[in-house]
Design a protein around this ligand. Sequence first.
Ligand code: GCU
Length: 415
Amino acid sequence: MKKYFSILVVVISFIPFSIKSYSQHYNTLAAQNDSLFPKSIPALLMSSNGSVIKTKKEWEKIRRPELEQLLENEIYGFVPVGNVNMSSKVIEQDDNALGGKAIRKQIKITFTNAENKMVSVALLLYLPKGLKKFPTFLGYNFNGNETIYPDPMIQSSPVLNGNNKQSGRDSLNWPVATIINAGCGVATMYYWEVAPDKEEFTTGIYPLFYKPNQVKPLPNEWGGLAAWAWGLSKAMDYLQSDKQVDAKRVIVLGHSRLGKAAIWAGAKDQRFAGVISSGSGAMGVSISKNKKGETLSAVIKRFPRWTAGNFKKYLNQDANLPFDQHMVVAMVAPRPIYISSASEDQWADPSHEYLSAYLTTEVYALYGYPKWSYQAPKIQEPIQGRVSQHIRDGKHDILPYDWNLFLTFAQRELK
Ligand code: GCU
């Protein structure tokens, strides 16, 4: 009895000590660093019961699942339970695309529910020829598959968001030839085909999961970001089934709202070998607390469709959040992650994108990767490692400068 009592005393005295020392740790960081550093930011390496996470095993068994549940419950929403099957069919293939350097494939992915309701999404793929091991970048496009590259053989996506669909109009954002020349592949889908980006939930994938008379997801179910992330995982299901793809080296990537979807997809689905989130800002990789530019409340007001209905309770609660976006970033550990920003993109807030990258490195340190010391991030001075980050000079965009760094990152980290 006496023995158990002394064990209890030891345990009880240890708990408050660890909580205190952990919050002290954060406060010391906050004091040492500039005013950007938000004080009460939730700790990554402390579980909800107050115990400090010290090993990768504790991270994987305790903290990571806890974060996934928290973020799914509070922000993104759960994928509804439903009887939805997926099938895929290669509808076009050219083994001599891009002047003989690439294989182009166009795949029709079809989702069917128990009532035979169907939704199809087109996946466009360019793969480098003659390689067995190579990274493939998978990400949504904003305006239709035909807009990513001026290849007349790309089948037109349906006109859903009313944007100009001129062939190759977004080719600056998708340097397909450079990607292929670097020995990498690229896979893309038009995001509206999976879930519409408007305050309406009766098209795209949503209705396939509805009970009779239901017209929108339940309050704890997915908003757009989780629906798009789900679509990326479904594309991954296809990539795993395609023998010409190196599915162990797929990097999920996205820009802006699609960067918000990409980071959640990569956080949840550990089949993605790496993640690149470009200019994702609010509800992407930017820390919400004390954020400049677009705030969490601004996202709730302008884009309620992106997150779960439950998330609306955080309107005007930006200062009191029990979570923050570094948690999403940390869920990617120990896989390679690249966070890219642009100097004039104060709406996304590059310094708070950096902050997430910085905070996350303490999780990567559990796996033996270096923990960063905090330094005000510098423009055009990329930090290259397992956690990589840069701030490009210029505006909110994803440009050849960014891609060159992404290609080096992919080749280095997914050797
Ligand atoms: C708006 C929105 C951002 C978003 C961006 C985009 O600017 O406020 O949160 O990232 O659109 O997706 O282009």
